[in-house]
Design a protein around this ligand. Sequence first.
Ligand code: DP6
Length: 325
Amino acid sequence: ANHPIIAKAHTNIALVKYWGKLDNQLIIPQNDSLSITLDEFYTQTAVEFLPSLTADEVIFDGQVLSDQASLRVRTFLNHVRDLAGIDYRAKVDTKNFVPTAAGLASSASGFAALAGAASRAAGLNLNRRDLSRLARLGSGSATRSIFGGFVAWQQGHDDATSFAYPIDEQPTWDIAVVALVLTAKQKKISSRVGMRLAVETSPFYSAWISASQADFKTVKTAIQNQDFELLGHTSEQNAMRMHALTLSSDPNFTYFNADSIKAMNMVKDLRLQGIPCYFTMDAGPNVKIICQGADAERIAQYFQTEFGEEQVLVTRPGSGISISD
Ligand code: DP6
């Protein structure tokens, strides 16, 4: 193409978490994972390979990134160049669309959008399975952001067999996610570093693998039967099992802050009041609440009173990647 290719990909939130790699280079995970793609949060990325450029240029939310800050993107572009058999450098212009500035931006939507735009700009026309394999080389969770709705990432055992597939792209039941933005003060331990510590040092790691493989089957069944309580309960248990790995790593750490714990207790209070809702957390203090659409506004208001209006965002299942011609 002689114009930039633009791709848009949504972020996703794992109901059964990916936490640990078998292969750190190819990003082959230790277990199957399962997520829901979210409508409100997405990344839009434009890519153009140009003979006139002598180096890759990466713009992120309007700022040109330093060599250090753009390293992961440039490494990813090398994969794309290898695959397409081209040598041109690229201009990458990426924007994150997240309702508030803090905390929910994600490498999942970022590397999914980059995989879509860069591969097509390089002249490749990959199907969605191959796009998910390519996105995986950027960030594990990006593998799942190629598809919409409920998505599984099959662990596989090598580059060819580790990819995502849709479970229910357009769910017909009304599911919502209420995201609480609870910003961190302490220095963040990246998921890349955190999961490596778990694999190498947590004595509970093998128990995590067997538990999460069972959770994966249960959540899949819950989606097929549209069994909200089974889906929510299993997802919440799975998230806490993952977070038990941070506490049992050496050095130990946690992604929880005081507000995270407060929010998780509030979710349990809501359940005692008869409102079915369940929490999950990733590699940061934000809490995401899985609920049924009909309860979303009421739940959001309950948390807005505690954490402020701007801190609470309601979102629904979103669509898979879209790429311009
Ligand atoms: C807790 O995909 O960010 O969100 O593959 O090292 O880039 P890398 O890690 P990343 O890890 C995501 C971890 C998680 C769980 C999940 O999304 O499954």
